[in-house]
Write a protein that binds this ligand. Sequence first.
Ligand code: ZN
Ligand code: ZN
Length: 243
Amino acid sequence: MSLISYFSSETLIEFLRRSNYYAKQNRNEYSLKIYKAISDLYDWIDCPCNDDCNCKKYKCEKHLVRKKGVTFDDYYKHFLDCYVDSRSHDVVRKGRSSGRGSKSNQATNDIEDDWANISANTSKTHLLCSDWCDPLFESMARNFRPSGDTIYRAKWLSILCFDTFAAYDNGSVALLKRDFKKPPDFFNLMKRIREDIIIHLDKTGKSLQDFRKYDNPSEFFDAIPNDSLRPIGNIIDKLYLTL
Ligand SMILES: [Zn+2]
Ligand SMILES: [Zn+2]
């Protein structure tokens, strides 16, 4: 049992309120940036799955799917907004063009090199579906171990599949590794988190729509509509953030 299945829905809601409270005080206003990234890069569609898909057990109604034809540059802009302190944007951009690779730049270059494949991918599933991970993203996620060295790889996978992968930072990855018994790679970390969410939903009787609404950043960010649905990956990210 891990954090999500251990705590009640009321407690998880309070953890997320606290996360949004501190996000409001952070000059980057990350909650708002995530909301804008979702609006620009994704569409909410009605659940496209058959009745035998695991998501239907939890009364799934909506899936978050990537819009077609969005360019790498558009993703990169949102990647910086959502995951890099605004004061470091220029340094990170320059590092990329001059080829001096920081950890962020190596991860970014790998995504750009594979952009034709990524862009053509039309996967519509999410973390609670039976086939929850498309083979393209599964191979990327099996390729690295959760650690402080792979933060930007996880962040890229999260912004590419907000409803499947959770981003982490130095603090939260330490908690995730402890809570999920040192998973051998990022794919297995997400698989274990998936199992924990399923236990939580089974225990509490909550639906997936309920779970998506645990996180309500509109309490602190007026620009985010009340009752907007939240991506599963981002909820996990915020539950493990050490503030
Ligand atoms: Zn569904
Ligand atoms: Zn499904």
